[in-house]
Design a protein around this ligand. Structure first.
Ligand code: 0RA
Length: 646
């Protein structure tokens, strides 16, 4: 590629016309993004805000995948802007042949120009977020790009996506790379605070998926810094996920191969837990909704383990076949494939649709797993024993379910007696409050709007579902009450999200240790057995105030320490009376309604599993039975406990 210092060629009038024409296109494109940002980044909440960073980082990771970048740094600055810097080749600055502007300006302003305008340069590129950095530009108050290339430092500034300076040479250098700094637009994003924990998770994930790559994350506001770097890749990723679990065999199974130009990598191990945790990625994107690669993997797993068990006479009973569910019990796996042209489908565009991938993954995993089992007979035996136990208890669970079904038939009304139901029946308008304790439950019942708010008080502890199989879970009274109130049923064959009787499920607990424990237990339950409800955004956490501040006749509520200080600043500190709420029970029905339940005034935290593997790790570490990782985890996170809940 020829370099031209980023100066625009002048002269031929046709070039000027073309330039004007493409400028108009650019403005139209930017306008479209600003008018409907959610179409491009999913939403304009915290999630969308963080997607901006992922988008920029993904471009740098692409440069790493192409083999030219080893380091990426992400800095959240004090002014709220984010800087992403890499040591790749630098975005080209030569004049783009048809656009008549520097290539970097095209990348920054033209939708979908991305780094992907040259397939030869980029054999693989990060997909979903791959809406292009121009989208980030369009949604930023300002953005500055700096390119270090061919000994020169180039810089250009944009405002809301429109260039406000030409690409200029601003100095010289000996290295190469790209630096992008942007400030998200307050006209688009209501909340513009980046969370170190949310960013960390994505950077950690990227580091595991791209071993050798060093990613530094620094938050200058919060004064936190972390370096993510993995040499072990997916194997290390699996060990990280399973830190709080106990593996039943020593070696992580690692399989990799390539067919028809599609590289497939897998790491997996069995633990003594009952959940399965399979995380799949396509071009570094977490495919939350699964797809053809996941189906290929599952098929290979079920077939290969059945074949091995029968061939080696490990299954005595001829009748018994291991089901997909059996061979996934206690399994943790990370599967990563890279594709030239991924087709993403589904509600959140995170399901892989390419049909050819199923067979590719199936054959690579099938062969790899068969080889592992042959070469490691001791480990193979432990795995088969584990999945056979799962098969036997599947039978027990089925019997237990039948028992509950019969019991339910005896229940006259069908709904639990403790439930104070609402009068409306339209699930899109109703909400169910799960309330800790009878006294708070009483206040909630009196304070609620009985038209659309139902209250279910919970007494006593919820069973820790992390340590129990489904049959035991189904015999727990508190859980049965919740399931009956929800109306969804539970278990693989029974659960049906469309039967949910309420649009929102709101967990309301005290702001103390017990409250946070109950909340975690409930979240674990939803996460493990009704994940679809979380994915649909139906599970919320109520936010009761921490303080009541009174001055004369005026009353204020503060939801955290920061807000308390803000209020005191505003109203003055003289003659104020501050009450710290320890529990929901200290509020009367009227106060509870006003501060926590009134849709006009309350704030609800929506529970999301964007940070899926971290959520899994949190639950398995907090709820599992390994003491040491739990102690370490709590110690390390004590300062940030608030984040544990999300
Ligand atoms: C296209 C071609 C070349 C580099 C890049 C894109 C590139 C894009 C980004 C985005 C963030 N960091 C980046 N680093 C590089 C280089 C082509 C060449 O040098 O031959």
């Amino acid at each position: 590629m020829a370099e031209e210092n980023g100066k625009r060629s002048s002269g031929a009038s046709s070039a000027v016309d073309e330039y004007d024409a493409s400028q108009i296109q650019v403005l139209r494109g930017l306008e479209a993004v600003r008018r409907r940002p959610a179409m491009y980044i999913g939403d304009v909440s915290t999630r969308g805000l963080h997607h901006l960073v992922y988008e920029v980082v993904d471009n740098s990771v692409d440069e790493a995948l192409a083999g030219f970048c080893t380091e990426i740094s992400v800095v959240v600055r004090r002014d709220g802007a984010v800087t992403v810097r890499d040591n790749g080749r630098g975005i080209p600055v030569d004049i783009h042949p048809t656009e008549n502007r520097p290539a970097v300006e095209v990348v920054m302003t033209v939708l979908h120009a991305g780094g992907k305008f040259d397939k030869k340069v980029y054999p693989v590129s990060g997909g979903l977020h791959g809406v292009g950095v121009s989208v980030v530009n369009a949604l930023s108050e300002w953005l500055e790009v700096e390119v270090r290339r061919h000994g020169k430092i180039y810089r250009q500034r944009y405002e809301r996506g429109v260039p406000v300076t030409p690409l200029e040479v601003r100095g010289s250098c000996e290295d190469t790379g790209t630096t992008v700094t942007f400030l998200p637009d307050k006209e688009i994003f209501k909340k513009r605070t980046f969370s170190f924990d949310i960013l960390s998770e994505r950077m950690r994930e990227l580091a595991f998926l791209n071993p050798g790559l060093r990613i530094t994350l620094r938050d200058e506001k919060e004064k936190r810094e972390a370096v993510f770097h993995s040499t072990g890749g997916l194997e290390e990723f699996v060990r990280y996920i399973d830190e709080g679990r106990t593996p039943i065999h020593n070696k992580v199974i690692v399989i990799s191969g390539e067919r028809d130009g599609v590289p497939v990598e897998l790491a997996m191990e069995y633990t003594d837990s009952y959940n399965d945790n399979v995380f799949t990625y396509v071009n570094n994107i977490h495919t939350v909704e699964g797809g053809t690669h996941l189906i290929g993997f599952r098929t290979a797993l079920t077939r290969t383990l059945n074949q091995y068990a029968h061939k080696n006479n490990l299954i005595k009973n001829e009748e018994l076949a291991l089901t997909g569910e059996d061979v996934r019990e206690g399994l943790t796996a990370v599967l990563s494939v890279k594709l030239m042209e991924p087709q993403f489908e589904g509600q959140t565009k995170t399901r892989l649709g390419n049909s050819e991938v199923k067979g590719i993954v199936e054959s690579i995993v099938g062969e790899g797993l068969a080889r592992f089992l042959e070469q490691n007979p001791a480990e193979a035996r432990k795995i088969i024993e584990k999945v056979l136990t799962a098969a036997r208890s599947r039978e027990a669970a089925r019997k237990a379910r039948e028992l509950t079904r019969r019991k339910r038939a005896l229940d006259t009304a069908g709904l639990p007696g403790k439930l104070a139901d609402c009068s409306l029946q339209d699930p899109e308008r109703t909400e169910l409050y799960l309330v800790e304790g009878d006294s708070a439950g009483g206040s909630a019942k009196q304070g609620r709007d009985r038209q659309f708010q139902a209250i279910l008080p919970l007494k006593g502890k919820i069973l820790n579902v992390e340590k129990a199989r489904l049959d035991k879970i189904l015999s727990n009274e508190e859980i049965r009450t919740i399931v009956a109130a929800l109306g969804t049923g539970i278990g693989k064959d029974e659960f049906d999200a469309s039967r949910l009787r309420y649009g929102k499920i709101i967990i309301m607990t005290d702001a103390d240790v017990d409250g946070s424990h109950i909340r975690t237990l409930l979240l674990t339950f939803f996460f493990r057995y009704m994940r679809e409800l979380i994915e649909q955004g139906r599970v919320y956490i109520a936010q009761p105030p921490l303080y009541r501040i009174r001055k004369g006749k005026e009353e204020y509520y503060a939801y955290d320490d920061e807000e308390r200080e803000e209020i005191l600043e505003r109203i003055g500190r003289n003659g104020v009376e501050i009450q710290r709420y320890k529990g929901l029970g200290e509020m009367n029905p009227e106060q509870l309604w006003r501060t926590t339940m009134d849709p006009e005034r309350r704030t609800l935290l929506q529970v999301t599993i964007d940070e899926a593997f971290e959520a899994d790790r949190i639950f398995s570490t907090l709820m599992g039975d390994k003491v040491e990782p739990r102690r370490k985890f709590i110690e390390e996170n004590a300062k940030y406990v608030r984040n544990l809940d999300i």
